[in-house]
Design a protein around this ligand. Structure first.
Ligand code: CP
Length: 310
């Protein structure tokens, strides 16, 4: 059981701001909400009367829909801000946009933005709780939390668990948040990918492999990453065919990992480039569990941040 009862901050801007106890509290709270989601009536009145605005300046399928479902399951009023039909296209600044929304008296701002640090900027200027739903190449904390929840559900523990994060680490906010959360929980993290897609600084204790077959040997969890074409210039690798040849996860490579290894991917997937359909749709894949668990974990984050403000 977690030894704390609440989060210390009004916002969730990154895993960097969470303690190990706070992560355990979020996972434990999400377990309760997952039970609620299995009922006939999947809704609780926990946040009735609260208002959430979802501000997505970048495309999203999973994060946006699961936040919206989480908010509705908690009985909040939900405002989905549509960037393409807003005054942002007329040049309104992020500051003026957020101050306008704050004037409606919202309690939570969920934000995805292509600029690293945009959620931190907003959090400094509004009274509402700000939740980072992915900012540039910086952090994606709720993805790391739902990944931890999924790993705990399947493996039951973290200390000593061998987790390989594979692919475009350099441009991945998912990898950066996961490296921090998994290391904090006691897992042994290794990174696998081409030298051109490795970050210049790797946290202490995290091992780096440039050879996929060696890197996957005896791992418990394989976390594949999407190649972030939209954040890359040219020249990180010669071609997608070449990328698949050296870094793609197929059934032969999966055999290097432990027999009961699980395969994860935050999505969206580039099938046939970073992962084959045989692996993505195999019994070892927990990719759709990650999607399902996103709702319970985001409910837990909203609920605990509301408790912090009460
Ligand atoms: N994992 C993730 O962030 O997916 P979306 O971009 O679809 O939200």
């Amino acid at each position: 059981m977690p030894i704390i009862q609440s989060l210390k901050s009004k916002d969730l801007l990154g895993v960097k701001d969470l303690s190990q106890d706070e992560i355990h509290l979020i996972l434990e709270t999400a377990t309760g909400f997952k039970e609620v989601l299995g009922r006939d009536i999947k809704k609780v009145p926990a946040l009735r009367g609260k208002t959430v605005v979802n501000l997505f300046f970048e495309p999203s399928t999973r994060t946006k829909t699961s936040f919206e479902l989480a908010e509705k399951r908690l009985s909040t009023d939900v405002l989905n801000f549509s960037v393409p039909t807003s005054s942002v296209v007329k040049g309104e600044s992020l500051f003026d946009t957020i101050k306008t929304i704050e004037a409606y008296g919202v309690d939570f701002v969920v934000i995805r933005h292509s600029s690293s640090g945009a959620p931190d900027f907003i959090a400094r200027h509004v009274r509402a709780s700000v939740i980072n739903a992915g900012d540039g190449v910086h952090e994606h904390p709720t993805q790391a939390l739902l990944d931890a929840f999924t790993i705990r559900e399947r493996k039951g523990f973290f200390p000593g668990l061998e987790v390989a994060i594979v692919g475009d680490i350099l441009h991945s906010r998912v990898a950066k948040s996961n490296m921090q959360s998994l290391s904090m929980l006691g897992a042994k993290v290794r990174l696998i990918g081409p030298p051109t897609l490795m970050p210049p600084h790797v946290p202490e204790g995290v091992r780096v492999f440039y050879d996929m077959d060696k890197g996957l040997k005896d791992v418990d969890v394989i976390m594949m990453l999407r190649i972030q074409m939209e954040r890359q210039g040219k020249g990180f690798f010669p071609s997608t065919q070449e990328y698949y040849r050296y870094w793609g996860l197929n059934l032969r490579r999966l055999n290097s990992a432990k027999k009961d290894a699980i395969v994860m991917h935050p999505g969206p997937m580039n099938r046939g480039i970073e992962i084959t359909s045989e692996v993505a749709d195999s019994p070892q894949s927990v990719i759709l569990d990650q999607v399902t668990n996103g709702i319970a974990v985001r409910m837990a984050v909203l609920y605990l941040l509301a408790a912090e403000r009460a």
